[in-house]
Ligand binder design. Sequence first.
Ligand SMILES: [Zn+2]
Length: 257
Amino acid sequence: MVWVVIPMVLFLVLRLGGNFGASERPSEPALAPQPPIPTLYFRSPLGIPLLLAGNFAEMRTGHFHSGIDIKTNNRPGYRVYAAADGWVSRIKVSPTGYGQALYVDHPNGYTTVYAHLSRFKEDLAAYVKKKQYAEHSFALDMSVSKGMFPLKKGEVIAFSGNTGSSSGPHLHFEIRDTASEEPMNPLLFGIPVTDHERPRIYRVKVYAANRESGATIVHSDGSRPIRATFDAPVVIGVVKGKSGYRLKNVKAIRALG
Ligand SMILES: [Zn+2]
């Protein structure tokens, strides 16, 4: 992908010298060790090489992107496969958001999500239609009991599309921890994404580490220095030279506090 890592966030750590006192920072509770992520369990949800239009945890308006957006050659209708054995646990139909979406629970404690689908496989589609008529509603969000739609890994469950809040045909794919519903980075699970392009940095954001500290950006062109604070970061352009990246028009960054 050409445009990943925009913007890259640079946190300035402004705690210097005597400020490192342990008493200042309450000790954080130890995190429970995380179970290893299974890297051979899930297959690709599509049968075409995976090219991404969107990454996990990208910044979106008001939230982080909770999955990956897989390109589908600018058209709908690609077969979408169950990433592993499991069962349909939730079906969502909405004119906005995920459009037509399927949630599949897997016995290993993860849930896969497939969104913006053009249509569901036949038995699911018939079930959805029946529910829509029964409830007099196009929009649905329903839990499905475990025994209703069991799935085998690689089974066609739906077709890719452009439904809901989608600006072009693609498959939005997520892997969540079933119990907490926390989305995880699908690429950590060994989903084979084709990407031969190195990330490029276009700009960085400078924040102060806390409300008491700050940073002053001193420009090399003589223009007025700008103060970066905890709430108001300063965006600095980055240029790529022969020896690597350098900040555009910046003479110095002075840390305060
Ligand atoms: Zn998406």
